[in-house]
Ligand binder design. Structure first.
Ligand code: NAD
Ligand code: TYD
Length: 340
C-alpha cells in the first residue's frame, strides 16, 4: 500500500508515520509537509534512511504538486496538515482558512482525479463546539465550532463529506479529542506546562482553569486512524477518545507533582476569547465497529510524556527560539503582566 501523509513532520503526523512504518514494513509513505513553525524534520530522524519513507517539502495548497504526487500511484491519502493552534487562530484566522479549508479542497480534487481508494480527513472534536456539564459528542452531534481554528476544520470536513456525496470519493472523517505525547509543539497545554515548570517559570492558566479536555495519548490516536484506513466504511465519521476528561488545573497539578515543583508557579491569566468549556467524546462507534481500544491510561501516558520531555530537552529548547519567542510574547506578554 502506498500512502500520502500530509503534515507528517508535525506532532501527530510524525507519530503516525513512525507508527505505520514500524507496523507495516512493506508500506510506502510519501510524507508531504511545508514545514511551518510546527513542522520539524527532527521528529523523523529515526527513519531518515528508511527506503519506504520519502519526505517532500510542499504546500497542500499547491494544486500542481499535489496532482503530481497523488498521481504517482497513491492508494490512500491521510490529511493531517493544518494550522492547529486555537490561540494563533484568534490572532490570525486568515492562514487557518487557507490551509484547513482550501488546502483540503486541493487534496480532494487530486484524490478524485486519480481515483484513490481512501481519503482520511484527520479532524477534531472541536468542530462540535462546547459541552455543558453532561453529555458527550457523538458522530451525530451538530457542528457548532466556536474558534476560527475549529470553524476552519469544520469547513474542511464539510468539503470532504461533499466530495463523497457528490463524486463518490471514498472518504472517512476522524474526530479525535486532545492528544498529548512525544513531539508536541510546546505551545499546547501539556508540553508548555512541562517546559515552563521545569524551568521554574510562571504557568499561564486561562480563566478559572476549570475547562475540561478529554485527553488521549497520541499513539492511541494513530492506532485508530490505522483501523479507519483498513476497516472504515466509506462516508462515515469516527469519533476517537479515551474517556479521560480532566480539568486544566488537574493536568497542571499532576505535572507539577511529578516534576516536584511548587504550585506557586500556577498563574491565572485573562481567559481565551470564545474558550470552549468542555469536550468529551463518545467513542462507542469506533470501538464497536472497528474494534479500537486505547492502550494507554492517562496516568501511564502522562508519566511517559513527562519523561520524554525531560529526556529530550534539546528538542524543545531548540524550538523555543526565534518565531516561538515572538509568538510567546505576543500571546502571553500582556497577560502575564496583567494577571486575572
Ligand atoms: P501540528 O501543528 O503539530 O502539525 C501540523 C503540520 O502540518 C506541521 O508539520 C505543519 O508544517 C504542516 N502544515 C501546515 N500547513 C501546511 C500546508 N499548507 N501544507 C503542508 N503542510 C502544512 O498539528 P497536530 O497537533 O499534529 O495536528 C495534526 C492534525 O490533527 C490537524 O489536522 C489537527 O486539526 C488534528 N487534531 C489535532 C489534535 C491535537 O490535540 N493536537 C486533536 C485532534 C485532531
Ligand atoms: P490547548 O492545548 O491550546 O488545546 P485546545 O484549546 O485545542 O483544547 O489548550 C488546552 C486547554 O488548556 C484549553 O482549555 C486552554 C488551556 N490553556 C491554558 O490554560 N493556558 C495555556 O497557556 C494554554 C496554551 C492552554
Amino acid at each position: 500500500m502506498k500512502l500520502l501523509v500530509t503534515g507528517g513532520a508535525g506532532f501527530i503526523g510524525s507519530n503516525f508515520v513512525l507508527y505505520m512504518l514500524k507496523k507495516y514494513p512493506d508500506y510506502q509513505i510519501v510524507n508531504v509537509d511545508t514545514l511551518t513553525y510546527a513542522g520539524n524534520l527532527e521528529n523523523l530522524k529515526s527513519i531518515e534512511n528508511d527506503p519506504n519513507h520519502v519526505f517532500v517539502k510542499a504546500d497542500i495548497r499547491d494544486a500542481a504538486k499535489m496532482d503530481e504526487l497523488i498521481g504517482q500511484g497513491i492508494d490512500v491519502v491521510v490529511n493531517f496538515a493544518a494550522e492547529s493552534h486555537v490561540d494563533r487562530s484568534i490572532m490570525e484566522p486568515d492562514i487557518f482558512v487557507k490551509t484547513n479549508v482550501l488546502g483540503t479542497q486541493v487534496l480532494l480534487d487530486a484524490a478524485k482525479k486519480h481515483g484513490i481508494s481512501k481519503f482520511v480527513q484527520v479532524s477534531t472534536d472541536e468542530v462540535y463546539g462546547t459541552l455543558g456539564e453532561t453529555g458527550l459528542f457523538s458522530e451525530a452531534t451538530p457542528l457548532a465550532p466556536n474558534s476560527p481554528y475549529s470553524a476552519s476544520k469544520a469547513g474542511g470536513d464539510l468539503l470532504v463529506r461533499a466530495y463523497h456525496e457528490t463524486f463518490g470519493l471514498p472518504v472517512n472523517i476522524t474526530r479525535c479529542s486532545n492528544n498529548y505525547g512525544p513531539y508536541q509543539f510546546p505551545e499546547k497545554l501539556i508540553p508548555l506546562i512541562i517546559s515552563k515548570a521545569s524551568e521554574d517559570e510562571p504557568l499561564p492558566i486561562y480563566g478559572d482553569g476549570m475547562n475540561i479536555r478529554d485527553w488521549l495519548y497520541v499513539e492511541d490516536h494513530c492506532s485508530a486512524i490505522d483501523l479507519v484506513i483498513h476497516k472504515g466504511r466509506n462516508g462515515e465519521v469516527y469519533n476517537i477518545g479515551g474517556n479521560n476528561e480532566r480539568t486544566n488545573v488537574h493536568i497542571i497539578k499532576t505535572i507539577l507533582k511529578q516534576l516536584g515543583k511548587s504550585e506557586s508557579l500556577m498563574t491565572y491569566v485573562k481567559d481565551r476569547p470564545g474558550h470552549d468549556r468542555r469536550y468529551g467524546i463518545d467513542p462507542t462507534k469506533t470501538m464497536t465497529e472497528l474494534g479500537w481500544k486505547p492502550r494507554h491510561s492517562f496516568e501511564t501516558g502522562i508519566r511517559e510524556t513527562i519523561k520524554w520531555y525531560l529526556d529530550n530537552k534539546e528538542w524543545w529548547t531548540r524550538i523555543q527560539s526565534g518565531e516561538y519567542q515572538e509568538y510567546y510574547s505576543r500571546q502571553y506578554g500582556a497577560r502575564l503582566g496583567d494577571q486575572a
